[in-house]
Design a protein around this ligand. Structure first.
Ligand SMILES: Nc1ncnc2c1ncn2[C@@H]1O[C@H](COP(=O)(O)OP(=O)(O)OP(=O)(O)O)[C@@H](O)[C@H]1O
Length: 970
């Protein structure tokens, strides 16, 4: 099938990813709804806040437009109870000068003539002097709003003064003005009655009218200026957090890497996200403006629609770029909410600063302004402020489209350093900046596999031309890698491995490769370099690790090559190198002639390679069919063929019924089958299956085996598995790796015959009925199971490895192979006599081979590292012995009877991690006279002490097992 390439493929991938984003948003309806419509809630809250604030200013005309103010005629002295925060009993006013009878009469008239309410005696208190008034006020605070101080200067002159509390207290959102409420009524009353008294006419006309200035309305409180920027920022945070979560999830779950392995262009990936998020931002900005208009905010109605819309759209678009950039630093999706919350808190404070005008005035330096404008919430606060200022009073008409380049400032236009148009330019320019930084950081920050490009990768011509090698690095940019130590070349012990190695080396020397070889691995080695991370308080150091130590092998076409090995053997690492996920440290591999070390080669390899990774890499919200569509499109299959291919593959892995079910509802086995189907998309010439049947029940496993068996035709398959049965059934060739090295290679039979302990014989017994054996032959004498055991012991020197009432299992070593023909002939002859129902003979299982090799590798590495372990003898002595040693001498047990001392045989087992641990030991026995035990290199001289002056641990003596086997143990 001809795969799409170039711009056609780019467009095809873009469309598929865009559809994937759309589906994910559609399936995550609640989040998408919040992203689009939560602005309604924020606008409604703003509306409520504004209404509440407006109602708190109802008592005054100060904030409304006053064109023809009405006059207040001779305002009366109010009752003292009307004062805010008064203490009762209270007095309407105090007065001093009560030594003068004239003053007394004036005060009586003030009380009697108070408009609308004569003041009773009890509500007024008199004093002789102003000093007495002060003393009383000090002793009785808040009990009178004011005092009149009279002085009769002469018979025709009475002077007075007024004393009031000038504090304007507020109560339940209202303010009390002491001048208008108390001072002026007192003043008018005092002057009126003094005048009448002096003129001698109690009806002397004295009318005082008070009138406020005509003035335009002033907005007392703008909810949009005060809390609008924070609310709009909070609204934008929904999209921001969702965007980071989506990007980081794809990175964390290795979905992005899986798509790259399928041949995804980075450009298609980023473009699909920008387009989708751009559309979401467009609609959410549109709804926000419409909701604002619906709630009759002048901010939205009077300012030009396009101007307001662009402010919100460009801000949200800018935040998308910011989210792209931040997502490159985050490796866990759960951290996205924390990032969003932190950004909101920081934005909340910087917006307050921006609202107060900093640094957008001409006194502040341009550099500071530029730095401040790099943070998108600040630009939002500035533009909201300007748009709100432009509609602050009914007289202001808002910002028109043509007026977006003008300076709209509440104070003085000379202080305006940035217009709305400048904000647009900044938002667009910084979006481009975030986007470029996102791509840059995405390349230089290690991906999910710890791989990154160099900090100056864009300076290398190969990056732009796509030629010249797959130059990637490992480790973080802040961690300096230790130099990678050279791995010593070790000649393999195994003759098959050596032969394979020599064959590949010859090909490599001659630069040739057989046409039927699909993959030739030439000395592939992978060392994870140690790192030194300099943290704030400590320096973390990790040492380098040789995960793969030079693999040489051929993998033929039309063959399934099985790679086995214990956990940590290096299988996945080797596969990651082959798939280009992880760079190789040394060596190379040719896949159908393309080198995995070249980026050009690798992108060609991706075209004809299918990979089923160790862990399912799937989107929970997409169905099986959608996954196949997406990956098939990314791979470049012609659009017309995708549906057919997807249907065929689903049928192959028995998922047709569940094709439209989302992966979230798949069982573990169904997910693995879907991953296998994905690996087979596009009829790849090489399929790599990393533990494809993990977690499957036996039925599903056999179904997948059928799929794999069928898929063998016309392609090479590399399979890693922990199921020996699977390797036995499927593998044409099997290799076992341990500790990063190839330990054996060949067909299943070959491995079993070379590395198994020998042959396994199962003997099963039946009931003897009426002198007849289970095979209906007459029996002369009844033989027992014990006789069978004796028969095996006598002829082959073996005892049962397993024994029950109905069967016995014997493991017969290879060296007895020559005796087997006669032995089994005789056993068959005596089958009736022994009561044997059935005899089965087979080679040792692959599992046995695997366990032997794993153990051998573990002993090898323990010996190389000089590892010791404690052996606690039943006699109570504790010895330090080298890991893996078979026989150990006990120091200090030499006697005349046993001149060499005593020894024990040590039994070993492997724990879950494959590490060797002591499972027991034999009874103590004399060391044969012709065996010479030696002291281990790590042991101190006999009787030596450690640096604390204490006697150190006791080390067991090393005994060569070959000497024991060859020794005379009489
Ligand atoms: N990024 C890494 N940095 C350092 N060491 C690593 C890294 N990745 C893997 N290793 C180590 O390399 C060794 C080989 O790991 P690998 O995953 O290849 O083993 P495996 O044979 O696939 O095991 P399993 O069967 O458990 O999947 C392990 O000891 C592992 O801890």
């Amino acid at each position: 099938m001809e795969l799409q390439r170039g711009s056609g493929l780019l467009y095809q991938q873009f469309k598929a990813l865009f559809r994937k984003n759309l589906l994910l948003s559609w399936r995550n309806k609640r989040a998408t709804f919040l992203q689009l419509f939560s602005s309604f809630v924020f606008i409604f809250l703003l509306f409520c806040i504004q209404k509440a604030m407006n109602s708190s200013t109802d008592y005054t005309t100060a904030y409304s437009s006053v064109r023809d103010p009405a006059a207040a005629v001779s305002p009366p002295i109010p009752p003292c109870e009307e004062k805010f925060f008064v203490r009762t009993p209270c007095f309407d006013f105090l007065w001093s000068g009560n030594a003068s009878a004239s003053v007394g009469r004036v005060v009586s008239r003030i009380m009697a003539n108070n408009p609308g309410r004569p003041i009773p005696e009890a509500k007024v208190k008199s004093f002789r002097t102003t000093g007495e008034v002060d003393a009383w006020l000090l002793a009785n605070p808040m009990q009178s709003p004011g005092a009149l101080h009279f002085r009769e200067v002469s018979s025709g002159v009475i002077s007075y003064g007024i004393q009031t509390n000038s504090t304007s207290p507020g109560k339940r959102g209202r303010m009390e003005d002491p001048t208008l409420k108390f001072q002026i009524p007192l003043q008018v009353a005092a002057e009126r009655e003094i005048a009448r008294f002096l003129v001698g006419d109690p009806n002397f006309g004295w009318t005082v009218q008070l009138k406020e200035y005509a003035h335009p309305a002033e907005v007392f409180f703008s909810a949009l200026i005060a809390v609008g920027p924070s609310f709009f920022l909070a609204f934008a945070m929904f999209g921001f957090v969702l965007q980071i979560t989506a990007l980081v999830t794809e990175k964390e779950l290795k979905l992005r890497q899986a798509m790259s392995t399928m041949g995804l262009y980075d450009s298609a990936y980023w473009l699909s996200w920008i387009t989708w998020e751009g559309i979401i931002a467009l609609f959410s900005a549109l709804f926000l403006v419409l909701f604002g208009m619906m709630f009759q905010f002048d901010f939205f109605k009077k300012n030009n629609f396009a101007v307001v819309f662009l402010v919100f759209f460009l801000f949200q678009f800018n935040m998308i770029g910011f989210a792209f950039m931040l997502s490159t630093f985050i490796s866990k999706a759960s951290a996205a909410t924390t990032a969003g919350f932190s950004l909101f808190i920081i934005g909340f404070f910087t917006q307050i600063v921006t609202i107060f005008g900093f640094p957008y005035d001409l006194e502040t330096s341009q550099t500071l302004r530029n730095i401040w404008s790099l943070f998108p919430p600040n630009l939002l606060a500035l533009s909201v402020r300007q748009l709100a200022d432009a509609t602050r009073t009914p007289e202001r008409t808002g910002i028109s489209w043509s007026g977006r380049t003008d300076c709209i400032s509440r104070q003085d236009s000379s202080t305006c350093a940035m217009t709305i148009n400048d904000v647009f330019i900044w938002l667009l320019a910084t979006f481009v900046l975030w986007f470029i930084l996102a791509i840059y950081f995405d390349n230089i920050i290690p991906n999910a596999y710890g791989v990154r490009k160099s900090v100056f990768y864009f300076l290398n011509p190969w990056y732009w031309t796509g030629k010249g090698g797959n130059k990637v690095k490992e480790g973080g940019i802040c961690s300096c890698m230790s130099s990678i130590p050279q791995e010593e070349q070790i000649t393999p012990d195994d003759e098959d491995v050596l032969e394979e190695e020599n064959m590949v080396k010859k090909d490599a020397r001659e630069d040739t490769m057989d046409s039927d070889i699909a993959v030739q691995i030439r000395g592939l080695a992978k060392t994870y370099a140690g790192t030194r991370k300099i943290g704030c308080c400590k320096c973390q150091k990790t040492s380098s690790y040789h995960a793969v130590r030079g693999l040489w092998m051929n993998i033929a076409q039309d063959q399934l090559f099985c790679l086995l090995g214990p956990n940590g053997a290096g299988k996945t690492t080797a596969i990651n190198c082959l798939t280009g996920v992880s760079p190789v440290t040394s060596g190379d591999a040719l896949i159908y002639g393309y080198s995995i070390r070249s980026s050009v080669g690798m992108s060609s390899i991706h075209k004809f390679m299918g990979v089923c990774p160790q862990f399912d890499i799937l989107w929970d919200a997409l169905s099986g069919l959608e996954h196949l569509h997406l990956f098939a499109t990314i791979k470049g299959l012609p659009p017309a063929s995708i549906q057919t291919v997807a249907d065929e593959l689903l049928a192959k892995v028995k998922l047709t019924e569940a094709a439209r079910v989302r992966a979230r509802s798949y069982s573990g086995g169904m997910k693995r089958r879907l991953s296998v189907a994905i690996a087979l998309i596009g009829d790849p010439k090489l399929v790599i299956l990393d533990e494809p049947t993990t977690g499957m029940d036996p039925i599903s496993r056999r179904q997948v085996w059928d799929v794999i068996q069928e898929a063998k035709k016309g392609r090479a398959i590399i399979l890693t598995t922990h199921s020996m049965e699977e390797a036995d059934v499927l593998g044409d060739r099997i290799s076992i790796m341990a500790k990063g090295r190839l330990r054996c290679i060949g067909t299943s039979i070959r491995l079993k015959s070379r590395f198994g302990t020998g042959f396994v014989t199962n003997v099963s017994f039946g009931e003897k009925v009426n002198g007849q054996s289970p095979i209906n032959q007459p029996v002369d004498s009844p033989a027992t199971h014990e006789d069978v055991k004796q028969f095996f012991k006598h002829h082959l020197d073996v005892t049962p490895a397993e024994e029950t009432k109905s069967f016995m299992t014997f493991v017969i070593p290879h060296d007895k192979e020559k005796l087997l023909t006669n032995f089994f002939a005789e056993l068959e002859d005596r089958q009736a006599e022994f009561g044997i129902k059935d005899i089965q003979l087979g080679l040792a299982t692959l599992e046995e081979v695997f366990l032997n090799i794993a153990r051998q590798a573990e002993v090898e590495s323990a010996t190389a590292e000089g590892r010791f372990i404690a052996l606690n003898l039943t006699s109570g002595t504790s010895l330090q012995i080298p890991v893996g040693s078979s026989f150990v001498g006990i120091p200090g047990t030499e006697s005349t009877e046993n001149p060499r001392g005593l020894m024990v045989e040590v039994y070993w087992e492997q724990d879950d991690t494959g590490t060797l641990c002591v499972s027991g030991h034999s009874p103590e026995m004399p060391i044969p006279a012709d065996v010479q035990p030696s002291v281990p290199a790590a042991a101190p001289a006999p009787g030596g002490t450690n640096f604390l002056g204490r006697t150190g641990p006791v080390y067991g003596l090393i005994i060569d097992p070959n000497q024991i086997r060859g020794a005379d143990t009489r």
